[in-house]
Design a protein around this ligand. Sequence first.
Ligand SMILES: *[C@@H]1O[C@H](CO)[C@@H](O)[C@H](O)[C@H]1NC(C)=O
Ligand SMILES: *[C@@H]1O[C@H](CO)[C@@H](O)[C@H](O)[C@H]1NC(C)=O
Ligand SMILES: *[C@@H]1O[C@H](CO)[C@@H](O)[C@H](O)[C@H]1NC(C)=O
Ligand SMILES: *[C@@H]1O[C@H](CO)[C@@H](O)[C@H](O)[C@H]1NC(C)=O
Ligand SMILES: *[C@@H]1O[C@H](CO)[C@@H](O)[C@H](O)[C@H]1NC(C)=O
Length: 734
Amino acid sequence: MDAALLLALGLLTQGLDLCWGYPGLPSTLYPWRRPPTLGRVRRAWVIPPISVPENYKGLPYMLVQLKVFALDLGGAILEEPTDLEVLVVDQNDNRPAFVQEVFVGRVLEGAAPGTYVTRAEATDADDPDTDNAALQYSILEQASPELFSIHARTGEIRTVHVGLDREMVTVYNLTLQVADMSGEGLTATASAIISVDDINDNAPEFTRNEFSMEATEAVSGVDVGRLEVEDRDLPGSPNWVANFTILEGDPSGHFNIRTDPRTNEGVLSVVKPLDYESCAQYELRVSVQNEAPLQAAAPRSRQGQARLSIRVQDINEAPVFPKNPLRTSLAEGAPPGTFVATFSAQDPDVEQLQRVSYSKDYDPEDWLRVDGATGWIQTQRVLSPTSPFLKDGWYRAIVLALDDGSPPRTATGTLSVEILEVNDHAPALAPPPAPSLCSEPDRGPGLLLGATDQDLPPHGAPFRFHLSPTEPGLGRNWSLSQVNGTHARLRPRHTLPEGLHRLRLLLQDSGQPPQEREQPLNVTVCRCGPGGACLPRAAALRVGGAGVGLGALALVLGSAAVLLLLVLLVLLRAQFRQRSRDRSLLRRLHDDDDLRDNILNYNEQGGGEEDQNAYDLNQLRHPSELAAPSFTPGRPPLRREAPQGRGRPQVPRAPPASPADIAGFIRDGLQAADSDPTVPPYDTALIYDYEGDGSVAGTLSSPVSSLGDEDQDYDYLQDWGPRFARLADLYGHP
Ligand SMILES: *[C@@H]1O[C@H](CO)[C@@H](O)[C@H](O)[C@H]1NC(C)=O
Ligand SMILES: *[C@@H]1O[C@H](CO)[C@@H](O)[C@H](O)[C@H]1NC(C)=O
Ligand SMILES: *[C@@H]1O[C@H](CO)[C@@H](O)[C@H](O)[C@H]1NC(C)=O
Ligand SMILES: *[C@@H]1O[C@H](CO)[C@@H](O)[C@H](O)[C@H]1NC(C)=O
Ligand SMILES: *[C@@H]1O[C@H](CO)[C@@H](O)[C@H](O)[C@H]1NC(C)=O
């Protein structure tokens, strides 16, 4: 309904009280004209819907006229105004419309009939319940042969025939039409673009049956030529890309074919150098396939294989030393002109007869001469065995071989000559600058003697050291002991007189036969201190003062060190003895031999303050009363460790009369005590005091001097707990 119609209706309703007319309307619209029924019905206006066709152009359009008024006698209006319903009857006034202008679809080439491709869709704004919106699709135009159909109602586009071939038609452009009124009414068109997708239905084919190429020998990694192929499938796709295979003719794998990704050509390259002399012509059979497998239905290719002839081009190759490096050996000191080796090269170019000439490239000692025509090598001088170019006995030289091709080619050969050692040197003694050793055989380190040999092993070390057999008496005075391969140690067999001793030694190396040398050796024999160092002569001592030589100083320091060491040893010994004594107390020792070690007076019990026997303090207070005999009451202190038989202790002189001299008296006494080796203190082992009587502790006699274990009651050990149970078992009374 449009505005014009609405306006018309408005006019109608205004004029409704004026007239009612029924101009030419169908009778079905007037139900009140039905035959009267028997029942009484209240009369009222019943106005049926009025149907108005839409889009009526003749406006104003008279729908109905009411010309009847329902009034009572008084003229009052009997009926209320009534609603008037107007139905607008749909007309096909809307065109169907496709939802897209272009529908896109894809289909694989060779697709079977009935394959779904895409679906077209259209709408119609008319009443969907009426025919006005009943749409029907059809294909207006398509290139022949007609391969696609559209479903009239659903709009689905499908293939109808075989024969889709991308290689023929890549894209189909269908013109679609949709019409309402079930195909009779209004229409609209759209297009459907259908692309045909590629399948591998075309095998690659060589453009020719035979290819021929030329390749240069002795090079690799170079491209030789190209093999053209054709494939009608989609370029760049796996259905198109060619893959080449060498079927036969290249058993050693000299060639390779790769694919040029741009042109799809096969590029033949040499991956292993060719050798014209061994094969001058190659006949290959190659095949080509796609990366993707070929469709089973595709026609077999006619030229999937091709023959490939490759001619190898000869070039001038360098001569070759058959044995490189060449190793040989030569005796040391070989005279000039000695033949060393024939170092000749062969030229691989057999077709041209080439002459090879030889020259020296590296010969740092200028030792060798190379025959330019034959490659013979001789020495031209004597090679010094000390040459810096002799590395581990090997001499290295480099020889060049040059052919006369064009361009000439050179080969480099290495000659390694082992210089064989000849035992041409005897070992020589390398004695210390001032050989000296102790006169006593068990003092000092002896004299270390070394030897050297100019020969290298096996003609050098180990050496053998002998006393010269020409002086048989030497063996009675001297002994030589081998230290290692290069050193030996000389010692006197017994105490020898001090002074210079002249010896003769015989040295042998380990060559076959050995070289030997007799050598004199002057040895100073000296008296040694306990450390094994030569004691300085009395004369050396006399130098004294500021002029003490460095050697003498070292000697003195050494002696002091040795003295210190001795003192330390004595201390250690004392301590060790005490420990062993402590241990032996716990042991039950019965035999008298062992008692010796245990009855040492290493300490004496003192009586403390109450002990008046050990020290009479009065004597200290009244030095005048001190008399020599009264100083040693009872027996004098005697220790087993004390040096025996060195005389009795020196008795201090008579005490001074006046107390003023007491300092001198003490000093003298101290000196006497210090210089007396027989009295304590012996360094740290001191006698502190002597046992007196009247001590509450009873006598502290040493354990072994007691009458025996039987006197001792060890029962208390029982009370000491389980740890001492074993001891209690041993010592306690059963
Ligand atoms: C398809 O055909 C229609 C009518 O012939 C044309 O207007 C349209 O451009 C074509 N589309 C393509 C993609 O060729
Ligand atoms: C090419 O062919 C060879 C054998 O002929 C195969 O091993 C290789 O995988 C193929 N390459 C591709 C990319 O298909
Ligand atoms: C060996 O030593 C003694 C002195 O102890 C000496 O008289 C003698 O000549 C020495 N013998 C040799 C062969 O040197
Ligand atoms: C041999 O002994 C000496 C002295 O001990 C030492 O100096 C030398 O290096 C040793 N030689 C070898 C080869 O062990
Ligand atoms: C050994 O001493 C003598 C003289 O004392 C001397 O003639 C000789 O050359 C010395 N020999 C060596 C090897 O030093």
